[in-house]
Design a protein around this ligand. Sequence first.
Ligand SMILES: CC(C)(COP(=O)(O)OP(=O)(O)OC[C@H]1O[C@@H](n2cnc3c(N)ncnc32)[C@H](O)[C@@H]1OP(=O)(O)O)[C@@H](O)C(=O)NCCC(=O)NCCS
Length: 167
Amino acid sequence: VHPLETERLTLRRLQSDDAPFIVELLNSPTWLEFIGDRGIRTTDDAQGYIERAHVNYALHGFSLYLVALRDGTRVGLCGPIRREGLNDVDLGFALLPTFAGRGYALEAARRVVEHARVDLKLGRVAGITVPENARSIRLLEALGMRREGSVRLSPDDVELNYYAMAL
Ligand SMILES: CC(C)(COP(=O)(O)OP(=O)(O)OC[C@H]1O[C@@H](n2cnc3c(N)ncnc32)[C@H](O)[C@@H]1OP(=O)(O)O)[C@@H](O)C(=O)NCCC(=O)NCCS
């Protein structure tokens, strides 16, 4: 089933030469504002991040995928995530700010929802976001998710809006 294709995009597993892109994305202003600081500063840090994705590919069969244009240009990450303390698999997505505002995130997320339903045979999928992240909320609603409440990923963490839908 890999890579996943859409009209304009390719979604594939992360590989080690994605490390410089991961450093750039995880330190971009919108990632830092809406997702938070993952402390990935160097390509070595990014290699660790990529290795953790591979642990999850092996363990669950999925994790965040690299989103590229059909010509290979890296634009973001999108994929299903299995998290400790969350019943549903949730959708992760982020674009480099340069590539926002072109519908890429929604196009990638729609493909991941289809992947979750058809290939992964999940019955539900969720989305979690800080309440201030209007663009993310708009995307989750455009996918067909509805707000089901709030959630904290850990007791001292911020409260997140919890969106979900049946597949
Ligand atoms: C959340 C995030 C991925 C959304 O990106 P985005 O590009 O705004 O989302 P979409 O792909 O849905 O694009 C929608 C925009 O593209 C525009 N657009 C342009 N061409 C389009 C096309 N062919 N198809 C669809 N929309 C198109 C839409 O009009 C809309 O812009 P507008 O709101 O100004 O009208 C992005 O803001 C981001 O990376 N944020 C930081 C990380 C983050 O918050 N992740 C989510 C954590 S829960």
